[in-house]
Ligand binder design. Sequence first.
Ligand SMILES: [Zn+2]
Length: 393
Amino acid sequence: MDVTHKHAIEAYVDAHREEMLALWREIVDLEGRSEELDALRLVAERLRSAFEAAGVDCRLLPMGDGAQDYLTGIWGADLPGKPVLFCGHYDTILPSGKYGPAPFRIEEGRARGPGVLDMKGGIVIALYVIKALSSIGFQERPIKICFVSDEESCHAHNDRAGEVIMSEASGCLCAFNMETGRINNDLCVGRSARVSFHVSVTGVAAHAGNDFAAGRNAIAEMCHKVLELEALTDLERGSTVNCGVIQGGTVANAVPGRCDLHVDMRFLRQAELEKTVAAAQAICAKTYIDGTSTQCSYRVAMPAFETIPGVMELYELAKEVSEAYGYGSPGKIVLGGVSDASYLTMAGVPTLCSFGVRGEHNHTDEEYAVVESLYERTKWLSALFLHLSDLQS
Ligand SMILES: [Zn+2]
């Protein structure tokens, strides 16, 4: 493998360490939970100006009242090759102000602050890959960006997320989702879909002593259904059905007239998702105790990031580049937690996820990222761009 540009890329990144760190600090300090539209506006504007200064033609796409604008853009629109997409999100999961003003800090090589790992570091990497490639005269292909504002809420108040991400990805050679990097350097090559399934049984409430026979026990009806729903789990296919929350009844001496169940389902394959949801609906349509009735509803919180053909080839290339440039040998992993990478593979675009800074404990107070990984991954990804024409598909 030709590593001609290795030193130029490394020199560029090393010369910009302070600047990269300063931007990381700035956007972490701005915080911005998915619902905090005003805080997110400031993050979006700051990122837009940073990407525009790097020559990216940016647009803020309005998403309606439920979500802040998505930041999209293209660098080198006139270049000949198929574009490559950097994807990610600029919202965080914890409410702003929880850690006081200016929460970004560094302790013993670890950066801390809300979103430092998940995934503001990854956005800084994307920006500096573009800048490092520009600095060595890269002219092979356009580079696109798509950073959403509401990934942490699974786009709960915005119906257009999937459509927008898929349209930005459409026609791209490949994509990198700049999510939370694994501490051990594994790249993520697949993720489960997540479905929230809700079941509600209505029975007939009655006094358990005086009027037992008139009652129709909603909890008992639900129990039949719980066992059948749980049996839809198929670990070999990567499909799980977890009846996680059940609520019913009021007092022990009344036949319960109502029972509610919240189920979390995960699937590695979209086809399994469709099949299992249909089976769950059939279970809900069946009545065990006459006089009860059952309603069900579901929401696909996130589709599956499937390991489509091309994902493993991209992983193998990323690994080969890492080894050839002396950056180590990354492993691979399939995760149960969801991300927007699912929309990238649904658009048919080979994708690697978790290419952001490495760290641990996202979504908790203990979230941290390894500072050095900001520079290491910028170097690695910049190098990878120089070899993407080796991809066969
Ligand atoms: Zn994330």
